[in-house]
Design a protein around this ligand. Structure first.
Ligand code: IMP
Length: 434
């Protein structure tokens, strides 16, 4: 029986999705990335080798797994080519294994500039990755976006670009600050069309109608994992708007961004870190206020963005936020990561509710201003003060760690099916019965 599982971030991104995908990949014929672009940074450690992916699903490390870039993505072709070259240099063969959707949109060089300009003009910065993601999705919804399909013919492409650049030329002339760069470099239809067509030619062997391909594969009993980037808290609809990314990171994005029908969906796997991190702007209720503890978790957890290198803010696990992510996405099981980072702590606080304007609530607020007033209510767990890194089964976890995992599972009404205790592929274990 063919089926698809969705794997998505349950917090504000950086939950350790790449490691989870790497662990789970052998169970599927292929991995389909369904949204976002090179704003994502997915790190996988195998032995002493570290791989960082931005666009290609990390499942590519398993030699029989297909890696599909779905129609919901916005793809920076130059970044993709560099990533392909990098992957191939490491001895990984992509032939017949990498597939790129004809319907995916592309990130134009001008999108990156607009992303940076918009951030510099905003009084309330979003703290984007500067990869042009927002402007590329803006063009998609404005129906002037450039899709991979448009790159085949230079003349058609030039016409599409002309339409796309019309408004942007006015914006650059009148609104965006002078950068020293001549903006016409980014808005020259002829040279941009040639440049994009050249990139297209190099990528052509991988470009197909992925939606049709997936339908055929599914009709032949194959199964796929749909890979989300970023996380539930950054979702354009259900995240902490406007401090979000520009796509649907959740389960609805998985269907829209892959062309897979709901009837194939089996499990929705939510990846949650045992604490929470956030990079970029936006209110973060459980932010660790104590500076030395913030530093300790950040250093131990290597909490620095794989795309931008920015330090991530660290906070305590937030049950209110997690429950909302589980409800909205129908998460059926949890992959809990980085429990080892808590190994040395005396006390582990977990947020169980918010106090907003004097009232306690367990509901994630729909009004962002209310959310900004949220004062977390903590329950404190005694630490286990023992390394969990070598642990290979649940009952071998220190007792306090078992209690912590059990309690989370009960609170979230969702089984924790895997506990990750380190960055490497072999650090962690599936939870059989808890
Ligand atoms: P954008 O996706 O570059 O537009 O950035 C919008 C927000 O999402 C910013 O707060 C970014 O820091 C955040 N963001 C985007 N991609 C990631 C990611 O892969 N991990 C964590 N945060 C991300």
């Amino acid at each position: 029986m063919s089926y698809c599982d969705v794997l998505l971030g349950g917090q504000w991104g950086d939950e350790g999705k790449a490691k989870a995908i790497d662990v789970l990949s052998p169970q599927y014929h292929g991995i389909v990335r369904y949204q976002g672009g090179a704003n994502a940074g997915h790190t996988v450690c195998v032995g002493d080798k570290k791989y960082v992916f931005h666009l290609i699903p990390s499942g590519i490390l398993h030699k029989n797994t297909l890696a599909i870039l779905g129609n919901g993505m916005v793809i920076d072709l130059e970044a993709l080519l560099l990533e392909i070259q990098d992957v191939e240099k490491q001895g990984i063969c992509l032939d017949q294994r990498l597939k790129i959707s004809l319907r995916a949109f592309i990130v134009l060089p001008v999108h990156r500039q607009i992303d940076l300009f918009k951030e510099s003009l905003r009084s309330n910065r979003i703290g984007t990755t500067g990869k042009g993601i927002g402007p590329a999705y803006t063009d998609k919804t404005a129906r002037i976006g450039i899709r991979i399909e448009h790159l085949q013919n230079v003349k058609t492409l030039q016409e599409k670009l002309q339409e796309n650049f019309q408004e942007k030329i006015c914006l650059f002339e009148h609104l965006y600050p002078a950068t020293g760069d001549d903006f016409r470099n980014y808005l020259n239809t002829k040279s941009t069309a040639q440049q994009l067509h050249h990139l297209f030619k190099q990528l052509q062997p991988y470009i197909i109608n992925t939606e049709n391909f997936l339908q055929e594969q599914l009709s032949h009993g194959k199964s796929f994992l749909l890979e989300g980037a970023q996380g539930a808290g950054l979702d354009i609809d259900f995240g902490t708007y406007p401090f979000v990314t520009s796509s649907s990171c959740g389960v609805s994005g998985a269907l829209a961004g892959s062309g897979i029908a709901p009837k194939y969906l089996r499990e929705v796997i939510g990846i949650f870190k045992a604490y929470v991190t956030r990079v970029g702007e936006g209110y973060f209720p459980t932010l660790i206020q104590e500076k030395s503890q913030q530093e300790e978790i950040r250093t131990k957890g290597k909490e620095f963005g794989s795309t931008t290198g920015r330090p991530r803010l660290c906070g305590w696990f937030d049950v209110v936020q997690a429950k909302f992510a589980i409800a909205i996405n129908g998460i059926t099981k949890i992959f809990l990561t980085k429990i080892d980072i808590l190994d040395t702590l005396d006390i582990i606080p977990v947020c169980t509710g918010y106090i907003i304007n004097g009232k306690t609530t367990h509901v994630f607020p729909a009004i962002y201003e209310d959310f900004c007033q949220a004062v977390p209510v903590y329950r404190e767990f005694p630490g286990w003060k023992t390394s969990t890194q070598e642990v290979k089964k649940f009952t071998d976890l220190p007792l306090n760690a078992q209690k912590f995992v059990h309690w989370l599972q009960e609170q979230l009404h969702t089984p924790i099916s895997y506990v990750s205790t380190g960055a490497s592929r072999d650090e962690g274990f599936a939870v059989e019965t808890t």
